[in-house]
Design a binder for this molecule. Structure first.
Ligand code: PRT
Ligand code: ZN
Length: 283
């Protein structure tokens, strides 16, 4: 038996979905321009699909799991389970208006809003008790105000440069989105075992990306202080240096508190600090 995973055929999620599988140690045969492929070293079959179709395929059980943006997932309202956020494909679904307009209270009331996300927009408007006209269009939403189709747009934003180039400004965020792993709700125990095997690897890769391996030298009388700053996975590794009274300390440091910790370590007398990436991290 093989686990069947649906990923985007081409587009913004394609490269990182393929790299993630690779980093999980899964080799894929011949991925270019194919509808599906298999792995020789993991029981996995990969379907390449349009991102919009992935939630449906997973709900129907044509694929067991999938990688898709939360924006698409929640727009499609399919009955699937979200297993893991992946930290790539980050964007937000936002409302934007002409940059010269003032975004005053009740601005949206009665306005025409162009979007490819009518379901998420409708939900937001209902929550906010706003009545507005939704104009569903399938692409190039950012040109709608310029051609007189709508006063407001509701579209995905990442860097903001598309809005800027079209003379628009972001005024509200409706949804923060990133790529996630989804799964069919009714997998059998054999399929679930494979999903767990895959997830275990995905989590190890994700964790490794968030952490760095750190090596430093420190005078022995400062070690207690340094251990306090670097708890590591269990506790730091300590090796004596050839020079009397000094040790080498090895540990793991989270990316989130990285610079702050480095400053504190230096203040505590650490020298020769080396920081290296971690490939996999299993706790
Ligand atoms: O062919 P298929 O249907 O599979 O692909 P697609 O054309 O529908 O999607 P694609 O490849 O463009 O995007 C796939 C997914 O990437 C989306 O569903 C999001 O989850 C995620 N993603 C992340 C984005 C963006 N960032 C993004 N910036 N999707 C689209 N955009 C577009 C946005 O629509 C706007 O036109 O980029 C423009 C804005 O970008 P900035 O950087 O100028 O703000
Ligand atoms: Zn799409």
């Amino acid at each position: 038996m093989k686990l069947r995973i649906a990923i985007q055929k081409s587009g913004r999620l394609y490269d990182e979905s393929i790299s993630l599988l690779k980093e999980c140690g899964i080799d894929l045969r011949n991925v270019k321009d194919r509808l599906k492929t298999e792995s020789d070293n993991f029981p996995l079959e990969v379907f390449f699909l349009r991102d919009d179709d992935i939630p449906q395929y997973v709900e129907d059980g044509v694929a067991d799991v999938g990688i898709v943006g939360e924006n698409v997932l929640y727009e499609k309202c399919k009955e699937v389970e979200v297993l893991e956020k992946l930290g790539f494909g980050k964007c937000r679904l936002s409302l934007a208006i002409n940059k010269n307009e003032d975004y005053v209270a009740n601005f949206l009331q009665g306005k025409r809003i162009a979007t490819s996300y009518p379901v998420l927009l409708q939900k937001y408007l209902e929550e906010q008790k706003i009545t507005a006209e939704i104009h569903e269009i399938s692409g190039s939403v950012e040109i709608a105000p310029g051609i007189g189709l709508a006063e407001v747009i509701c579209d995905l934003v990442s860097s903001g440069s598309t809005l800027f180039m079209n003379g628009l400004k972001e005024v509200e965020t409706i949804l923060e989105s990133q790529a996630v792993v989804i799964k069919n709700r009714e997998l059998n125990s054999e399929q679930l075992a494979l999903v767990n095997k895959l997830l275990f690897r995905v989590r190890a890769v994700k964790k490794a990306k968030k952490n760095k391996y750190i090596l430093l030298n420190a005078p022995n009388d400062q070690l207690a202080k340094i251990f306090g700053l670097l708890p590591g996975m269990k506790s730091p590794t300590v090796l004596p240096l050839a020079e009397e009274g000094w040790s080498s300390v090895h540990s793991v440091l989270s990316e989130d508190e990285f610079w702050e910790k480095i400053e504190q370590l230096k203040a505590a007398g650490a020298q020769g600090i080396l920081v290296v990436p971690i490939e996999k991290m299993i706790i």
